[in-house]
Design a protein around this ligand. Structure first.
Ligand code: FES
Length: 181
C-alpha cells in the first residue's frame, strides 16, 4: 500500500498484484449485479404502485361481499369508492375516501366517474329507469358517458385514471376536468 503512494503513475503494477486487484474488481461487480437483480422482484411492485399513486377500488371479477360493489356488471354504473389523493386547503396532497361510479364497458375497459356534480359539487346518483346520473340540487343530468344533458352543470362528470392489476381495479389521480366531454 505504502509503496503505491510514492510510485510513478506510469510504473506498471507487479503482475500478481494486478491480477489480485482485477479478480477482486470482478467479484465485486458480479456480487453487486446479483444483489440488484435479487432485489428487483421485491422492490419493483412497491415502487410501481407508489409512483402511479393508485388505490384499489375492487376486484373486477365480482363483489367481495354480498351487497358490495360488483364491478363485473357491464353497461351499468356501479357505486364504489377508493382512497383518492386530493389537495387540502393549503394545497398539500392528502388521501381521502372518494366515491365514484365505475362503468364496466366490457373488454377490460372501465370509466371511473367522480360522483360530484360539476355545478356545485352535490353527489349525483345513477337512475337506471332514465339511464342518467341526476343531481338533486339543481336538476343537473348526465348521460351514461357523463356528458351533460340537462341543467346548469358546465361540463361532463370528472373522471379518474384507472388500471387493472392482477384482477383488481385501481383508481388514481383525476383526469383533466371534463375530459369526458
Ligand atoms: S350542484 Fe348539481 S346541478 Fe347544481
Amino acid at each position: 500500500m505504502a509503496d503505491d503512494a510514492g510510485r510513478d503513475e506510469c510504473t506498471p503494477l507487479p503482475r500478481r498484484r494486478f491480477l489480485a486487484r482485477s479478480l477482486w474488481a470482478a467479484v465485486g461487480t458480479i456480487a453487486g449485479t446479483l444483489a440488484v437483480i435479487g432485489l428487483v422482484p421485491v422492490v419493483a411492485p412497491a415502487f410501481r404502485k407508489a409512483s402511479s399513486r393508485l388505490s384499489p377500488v375492487g376486484p373486477v371479477g365480482g363483489a367481495l361481499e354480498p351487497g358490495g360493489p360488483d364491478l363485473s356488471i357491464e353497461g351499468t354504473p356501479v357505486l364504489a369508492s377508493f382512497t383518492g389523493i386530493v389537495k387540502d386547503a393549503a394545497g398539500q396532497a392528502e388521501r381521502q375516501e372518494t366515491s365514484v361510479y365505475v362503468l364496466n364497458g366490457g373488454n377490460g375497459q372501465f370509466t371511473v366517474f367522480d360522483t360530484r356534480c360539476t355545478h356545485l359539487g352535490c353527489p349525483v346518483r345513477w337512475y337506471q329507469a332514465v339511464e342518467q346520473f341526476i343531481c338533486p340540487c339543481h336538476g343537473g343530468a348526465f348521460d351514461l358517458e357523463g356528458k351533460v344533458v340537462a341543467g346548469p352543470p358546465p361540463r361532463s362528470l370528472d373522471r379518474y385514471q384507472w388500471e387493472v392489476q392482477d384482477g383488481v381495479l385501481y383508481a388514481g389521480l383525476p383526469l383533466d376536468a371534463g375530459s369526458g366531454s
